[in-house]
Design a binder for this molecule. Sequence first.
Ligand code: NDP
Ligand code: MG
Length: 362
Amino acid sequence: MKDCMNCIDNTVVLLGSTGSIGTQAVDVCRSLGIRVKAIAAERNIDLLERQARELSPELIAVRDDNAAREMKARMADTPTRVLSGEDGVIEVAETPCDTVVNAVSGMAGLKPTLAAVRLGRRLALANKESLVAAGERVMATARETGADIIPVDSEHSAIFQCLQGNIDGGNGNNIKSLILTASGGPFYGKTREQLKSVTPEMAKRHPNWSMGAKISVDCATMMNKGLELIEASRLFGIPRERIRVLIHRQSIVHSAVELEDGAVIAQLGVPDMRLPIQYALTYPKRLPGRAASLDLAAVGILSFEEPDMDAFPCLKLAYEAAARGDEACRALCEADERAVNAFLAGEIGFLDIYDYIKAEIG
Ligand code: NDP
Ligand code: MG
């Protein structure tokens, strides 16, 4: 693995630069002096233009063709090349650099992940859908090409951090179990009856994290934890029976690993995605960061409990898909994305999300 000896000299390309993770990744690059060589987004060209004028990337890709045309006109006074469509986004993913950051939301992130991994690039991966929909393929390709995949998702970053110095021979054999923590989302403690009237606005308001619309709704249904269970299983090569989901309301313990001797190693910190983003960019180095210090006395109590599978049955669907393999996980991921989009568009209710996915995946 390439050692990040001097992060000032590092270069990244950033897919999904205008999103929640993308803008925080720009923040981290700014504070570490990391050069951003290329950026890509779907259609938010106002923000993309502001980023381009600050970062002076060589290349920009805008997935939406009309927005790309407009962006090209706006950038005409600069040497930056502007590409359009999915091919443009892939070209950004293939741009030579030290680290590709994939912060695209949803299934659209899969092709850029595969493009980067095929070239053996180091991939800082926020897009969990890549590993849920095609985890076995992505990990097999990474093994072939030697691409390193460093997780950005906070739970997986936590596990990755806990494993440093604790793995024999890198094969994960001395891991007894993984403990994946979940905040419980905005509707913790509610019954299915109470969840009937949930609106998109209510579902998008997470108590501890500020995130994009898709992942926020996934947190509200707890499908997010289901997707993360599959993500962890693929990334760390641990079967789902050895991954336990626990509700931890404070979002301070970001996840933990139980080793074969019984030691449980956890990673703690304030909920701030800039920490896992930065670690993915500086790994294996630690550099000063912008996240606030954790004051455990102020937090006081750290609580853990079993998830309520009756109120949040999407988690059960993910457990079942994980047992059935890549194809079932891909179907789950696609059905979830369609259901969440329909819910956000006001076409189906909150509880219909589960029914829709269940009907789709059989
Ligand atoms: P956002 O919705 O905030 O941002 C998504 C980004 O992807 C935007 O830049 C969007 O562009 C871009 N995008 C969407 N579709 C395409 C496409 N087809 N081609 C190129 N770019 C595209 O999402 P988040 O930042 O919240 O999440 C990103 C990923 O990270 C998700 O997979 C999520 O699960 C994961 N993640 C997020 C966390 C968080 O705290 N937000 C935590 C852990 C994981 P535009 O703005 O133009 O629409
Ligand atoms: Mg997460």
